[in-house]
Write a protein that binds this ligand. Structure first.
Ligand code: UTP
Length: 456
């Protein structure tokens, strides 16, 4: 019973905080009801699986229109998306509260230098893209950045030092998401020190409530923003504000829309988009039964091929529904290594995961969304996350993909680049491929602030 674990924790913490007013204060302010839910959902054994009884692969809009009718719709949606952007109806939103444990970088992940030549940090690449688009559409695009209590200060200092990358302090809003205490595998609270509990960010799902609690949603309402373009801090290729996506989302009156990637194989580690009636949900790769993962269409393509790169558009009034606390996202169990002190005060530095962090995921809002829409994305164009330093989804692979994409954009604009060169485009000048195609590139001044190239 979760209540037994809670009572045990209360007694143990009362004892441990006898000599620490700070710990006692922290324990008193814990949301025990929330912890009870988390324990019920993540620590106590579950009898049945949480998969929906009946589901099928979710349908999605393909990358490029496949019929004449779809072509008309895409053209209309693109124009509509541009109209919404130009009229200040859209905001950018980055979730940057994660701890980036796989990367092992000392500092907020957004400050990691990632571009291949100029070594611009992730935050700078997004800032320049947003700035570039705001120039194209002659509008201010506000940018909301969710941090955690652990990295809020370092993040705001970074932006302050960089003079907010020219976006204007008033158009950026930083705020911290909520935290949850970490426990051992039996649900016993862990202490980071004699005077504090081990706390960790409550997952990117915490963003919905944090957007409300921080006043960001109210700020958006004041500015007339209706749609929030959600992306993660680790994907330098992301299209921060995408007219086609925004247009389709609004034309379909969708509460929450998503981009999808065609999975490279049945077991690629991406969440799977599935439909339950008229709603959409995501089944994590580890939960999709093998026989489902292997199912094929008549044409040989796998059925469950739409995977999630965690790129969404959320309608502001959809997020407002989370304000009352009546709608809640479920907790997921994340087994992680958490350094802590034991009850005798010894520091424990585990080599293996030893603790449970309780996290909510933003995609769990999808089944609550009316008229959900999914638009396929081209992986090479829009997705290359930096999760690790080397190997898969790493700084190395992402830089390779950034260079490839820059070459492709230039080649599509009929500019020949030697295969052996390294190339980087400045997102301030070229925030999208369209801006390259529309530019007068007859007089390219290499190594200006627009295009950098190094020959090998
Ligand atoms: P990840 O799942 O990659 O987690 O987050 P992470 O903490 O960044 O990295 P690892 O797993 O410890 O190596 C995906 C996105 O969600 C954000 C991250 O900042 C990233 O943009 N996130 C994650 C939050 O904003 N808050 C969280 O509590 C967790």
């Amino acid at each position: 019973m979760a209540m037994d674990i809670i009572e045990k924790n209360k007694t143990r913490m009362a004892h441990l905080s006898e000599n620490s007013a700070e710990l006692s204060k922290q324990v008193d302010s814990l949301d025990w009801d929330e912890l009870t839910s988390a324990l019920n959902e993540c620590i106590l054994p579950k009898e049945e699986t949480s998969l929906p009884a009946e589901y099928g692969p979710a349908s999605y809009f393909p990358l490029a229109p496949e019929t004449a009718e779809q072509k008309i719709l895409y053209d209309k949606a693109f124009r509509h998306g541009e109209f919404l952007i130009r009229n200040g109806k859209t905001a950018a939103f980055t979730v940057a509260g994660g701890q980036g444990t796989r990367l092992g970088y000392d500092g907020p992940k957004g400050t990691l230098p990632v571009s291949p030549i100029k070594k611009k940090p992730l935050f700078q690449l997004f800032a320049e893209q947003i700035h570039g688009l705001s120039k194209v559409y002659e509008v201010t695009i506000p940018w909301y950045i969710m941090c955690s209590p652990l990295n809020l200060e370092a993040t705001t200092s970074h932006f302050e030092e960089k003079n907010y990358y020219g976006l204007g302090k008033e158009n950026l809003k930083f705020f911290a998401q909520g935290v949850m205490p970490a426990t051992d595998f039996e649900g016993n609270l862990l202490r980071a020190s004699q005077d504090s509990l081990a706390l960790s960010p409550n997952g990117h799902g915490g963003s919905l409530k944090a957007l409300i609690d921080s006043g960001s949603v109210a700020d958006m309402a004041k500015r007339g923003v209706d749609h929030i373009s959600y992306f993660q801090v680790d994907n330098p290729l992301v299209s921060t504000i995408n007219p086609l996506f925004i247009g389709l989302h609004d034309l379909q009156q969708s509460d929450m829309s998503s981009r999808s990637l065609t999975k490279t194989g049945p077991f690629e580690k991406l969440g799977n988009f599935v439909s339950i009636g008229d709603r959409v949900t995501i089944i994590e790769y580890s939960d999709l039964p093998e026989e489902k993962a292997l199912e094929k269409e008549h044409d040989g393509r796998i059925k469950y091929r739409a995977g999630s790169p965690a790129i969404h558009i959320l309608r502001r009034d959809f997020i407002e529904q989370f304000a009352s606390g009546k709608i809640k996202l479920p907790y997921h169990r994340a087994e992680k290594k958490v350094t802590h002190i034991d009850d005798s005060g010894n520091l424990i530095n585990p080599a293996q995961p030893n603790a449970v962090k309780f996290e909510t995921f933003v995609f769990d809002a999808l089944p609550l969304a009316k008229n959900p829409l999914i638009l396929e994305a081209d992986r090479l164009e829009e997705f290359s996350p930096v999760k690790n330093m080397t190997g898969v989804d790493s700084l190395e692979s992402s830089q390779f993909d950034q260079i490839k994409r820059a070459k492709r954009w230039l080649s599509n604009a009929n500019i020949k680049i030697p295969e052996s060169s390294t190339i980087e485009l400045c997102p301030l000048s070229y925030p999208s491929e369209l801006t390259i195609l529309n530019a007068d590139l007859n007089h390219i001044d290499w190594n200006t602030d627009q295009i950098y190239i190094t020959q090998k």
